[in-house]
Design a protein around this ligand. Structure first.
Ligand SMILES: Nc1nc2c(ncn2[C@@H]2O[C@H](COP(=O)(O)OP(=O)(O)OP(=O)(O)O)[C@@H](O)[C@H]2O)c(=O)[nH]1
Ligand SMILES: [Mg+2]
Length: 310
């Protein structure tokens, strides 16, 4: 989780955790007992409009598990960086930790405060510094999974009726990110207009969208495994001659039949895992359908968002 100081990162994490406890959409999110208690306490205060979580003075890590029947639990290390850590010039430990976190991250939540995004050139400069650094950090990594970049434009409740008019200005600072992601094959991006507190809006959506990317990756991995098993089986069946079996026996290596049996087991396992993953993927798509398609600039189509109960 990255963004300037005071962007609403800690508030969002609290609101999202709290909302998922009350309305566990598709996944159950759980934390350790102490963290759970603390997040529930500040989540309750936040939802009631009685205050915000205290400011963060250091990076903090929350260990969550997203679970549901039929699929392997997803372990989430959700790292809340102190504001501005990504663009800090100082060579302190926080900046180094941030680089390490980025090199291991599976998803990025990028925060911008709506009021600051409108008209504050400083915010634009911060984002302009951050975006190439992020794209480089992930582009150099060359992993096989897709990295989701969720852009959270926070505190939209504070804009009131001016939101519709200001929408282009809110999304404009992230154009370079959206362009970069469109060119890269290893990333997806989408922006969300978010409000936490009594007039909550789009609180669980960014989380569900990231989970969608995680589930899609798992589905891809299983299909890749399935393709490899089928290819091996095809080769081994074609090669399966008495002479080959004899040679394998003499050399003490598995016969083609034994290899086919092993690959068959793997393929059956992959197929069994795929069914519940497809169910979850369908449910996630339905839960996010109200957001509509993403326009070329990564902004939501027509800016249509529905309020989310907190
Ligand atoms: N109106 C409104 N204000 C918000 C919202 N979220 C956060 N705020 C305000 O912004 C302040 C900062 O929020 P934090 O969540 O602490 O911001 P942060 O990004 O974690 O800040 P640092 O940890 O200091 O970088 C809060 O104390 C609130 O005053 C929101 O959804 N709506
Ligand atoms: Mg904070």
């Amino acid at each position: 989780m990255l963004g300037h100081s005071n962007a609403g990162k800690t508030t969002y994490l609290t609101a999202a955790y709290y909302a998922m406890q009350h309305d566990p959409r598709i996944f159950q999110i759980s934390a350790g007992r102490r963290d759970h208690r603390r997040l529930m306490r500040s989540g309750r205060v936040l939802a009631a409009g009685r205050g915000y979580p205290p400011p963060s003075d250091a990076r903090s890590v929350h260990e969550f598990v997203a679970s549901r029947d039929g699929i392997d639990p997803v372990e989430i290390s959700w790292i809340d960086h102190r504001g501005g850590a990504a663009v800090a010039k100082t060579a302190d430990g926080q900046a180094r930790r941030l680089q390490e976190d980025l090199s291991a991250a599976d998803a990025v939540l990028l925060f911008g405060d709506a009021e600051r995004l409108v008209g504050h050139t400083h915010s634009q400069r911060e984002i302009d510094t951050l975006v190439p650094m992020l794209l480089r950090a992930f582009g150099d990594r060359g992993g096989s999974s897709t990295i989701p970049f969720a852009v959270l434009i926070t505190k939209v409740d504070a804009l009131g009726d001016a939101l519709d008019e200001l929408r282009p200005a809110l999304h404009r600072p992230f154009t370079a990110l959206m362009d970069g992601v469109r060119r890269a094959e290893w990333a997806v991006a989408r922006s969300f207009e978010v409000a936490c507190g009594p007039s909550a809006r789009n609180v669980v959506e960014p989380l569900l969208w990231i989970m969608q990317a995680v589930i899609d990756d798992r589905i891809d991995t299983h299909y890749t495994g399935l393709d490899a098993s089928l290819a091996t089986m095809r080769t081994k069946v074609a090669e399966d001659k008495v002479s080959a079996r004899f040679r394998a026996h003499v050399n003490g290596v598995p016969t083609g039949q034994a290899i086919v049996r092993g690959e068959l087991e793997k393929a059956i396992g992959a197929l069994a895992a795929l069914r519940p993953l497809h169910t979850v993927a369908r449910e996630l798509a339905a839960a996010l359908a109200h957001l509509g398609a993403v326009e070329p600039d990564g902004a939501p189509e027509g800016g249509q968002h529905q309020a989310v109960p907190s």
